[in-house]
Design a binder for this molecule. Structure first.
Ligand SMILES: C[S@@+](CC[C@H](N)C(=O)[O-])C[C@H]1O[C@@H](n2cnc3c(N)ncnc32)[C@H](O)[C@@H]1O
Length: 413
């Protein structure tokens, strides 16, 4: 029998008798799917596990509390033989053979006339993986293939191009801090479904390499914007591609609403009547310190953290940040876009009462292969940025949390 591969088929069991012999772990694992398929399940077994018993109590299956007897399979369309009595299993499978009832045997796949595939479900599809040879059966291998396929369908890394579900309009997707594994499952799936991806220079650039060649990838920084502002050119491009009926993903670094101008794009799309989905992302403000071993809060050390943009220096009249008040906070300060201004920021914080010895860490290109951490104090950070040649993108953390973790960052998984 094992010389030929099994013939795969889907059984439509609604209302049809399925006989299960044995109420142990095998039955416990298989019964829910049989019940979900609408089968009329008869369990024959002197004992059952508590969850099998609960299914009988709930009326989902009929339970005959006795050992297998000749004739039990008479009305069955399909049988699952899984008792702990090898002799009873052999008699039952002989009966199944005589009555031409397909039967699975948990104790001897070679003697069975049917095998149960490793199954999983995703978006209206059942994935079933069968081994081709009973002797070489490796249930972990088939389960691993099933997991890989189902996971791939769920997270969008596996796309069936002719049958994909398309999300109309624009999806504004937070791509996370840079490591391609740190985008959300939903974000990754939408990327896999996109016709056009408009991207920034930050975020998970490695993911773009995985996109199929027919996906148009547009670097937002390179959009021609002539008389217009760059942001208006991006808004126009989003609207134009969506009006062409394309699935558009606007991929941003971190979270779209943390210094990401995400809401400006949402507003422009709403004005143009284009549907827009927002997919949150992991912001660099928390994840980049974490990747370098720095928690933004820690019991007994910091009960608050404040995220600030450093893109405008404190002495610039356009600054909206109340630096004197920030100097008085006892918690953690996280500064984004602050590499160029950190010297002046540090002077201002010290001038308004922050300790010159306050620990500072700068984490450049966090969560990527180029991640680098440089430590300093508030008094030395301006000079350290120059001497260590720290470059954007970097997250700057000020506060005692800098010193609570081990100094050696955990390796990237
Ligand atoms: C325009 S803001 C966008 C922030 C983004 N929306 C977020 O939630 O992470 C860009 C700044 O985020 C920080 N940043 C983003 N990704 C980073 C990374 N992988 N490593 C270090 N800093 C990063 C830097 O401070 C950079 O200048």
């Amino acid at each position: 029998m094992a010389e030929h591969p099994a013939y795969p088929v889907g059984l439509r069991l609604t209302g049809r008798r399925v006989v299960v012999l044995g109420g142990g772990q095998v039955a416990q694992r298989r019964l829910p799917a049989l019940v979900a398929a609408g089968a009329d399940v008869l369990l024959v077994s002197p004992q059952a596990t508590p969850s099998v018993e609960a299914m009988a109590d709930a009326g989902e299956i009929t339970w005959l509390r006795r050992p297998y007897q000749e004739g039990d399979l008479a009305d069955a369309w399909y049988a699952l033989i899984a008792t702990s009595d090898a002799e009873a299993n052999t008699r039952a499978s002989a009966e199944a053979e005589r009555h031409r009832v397909w039967c699975v045997r948990s104790d001897d796949a070679d003697q069975a006339t049917a095998w149960t595939p490793a199954t999983g479900h995703s978006e209206g599809v059942t994935v079933a993986v069968l081994t081709t040879d009973a002797r070489g059966r490796d249930p972990r291998h088939t389960a691993a293939i099933r997991d890989a396929v189902v996971e791939g369908l769920r997270d969008g890394t596996l796309v069936a191009p002719h049958h994909r579900t398309r999300t109309p309009g624009v999806a504004l997707v937070g791509g996370g801090p840079g490591d391609p594994d740190l985008i959300t499952v939903r974000g990754r799936r939408l990327l896999g479904e996109a016709d056009v991806v408009i991207t920034d220079h930050l975020g998970p650039r490695d993911l773009l390499a995985e996109l199929s060649p027919n996906v148009e990838v547009i670097d937002a920084a390179k959009l021609p914007y002539g008389r217009f502002m760059a942001q208006e050119a991006i808004n126009d491009a989003l609207i134009e591609y969506a009006r062409q009926g394309k699935s558009v993903v606007r991929l941003k670094g971190g979270d779209p609403f943390v210094y990401g101008r995400g809401m400006e794009e949402v507003q422009a799309l709403a004005e143009a009547g284009i549907p827009c989905t927002v997919v949150p992302g992991i912001s660099s403000s928390i994840s980049v310190p974490g990747a370098a071993g720095i928690p933004v809060t820690h019991r007994g050390i910091a009960h608050e953290f404040t995220v600030v943009s450093g893109h405008i220096a404190p002495d610039d009249e356009r600054s909206l940040v109340d630096w004197p008040s920030l100097a008085k906070l006892t918690g953690t300060l996280v500064i984004l876009m602050g590499v160029g201004t950190i010297g002046k920021v540090a002077e201002t914080l010290i001038a308004h009462g922050k300790s010159p010895d306050a620990p500072v860490a700068l984490i450049q290109e966090g969560t990527t292969a180029g991640q680098r951490r440089v430590d300093a104090t508030l008094a030395t950070v301006g000079e350290t940025v120059r001497s260590e040649d720290v470059k954007p993108p970097a997250v700057i953390v000020i506060g005692e949390v800098v010193n609570v973790g081990p100094k050696t960052a955990a390796p990237r998984p």
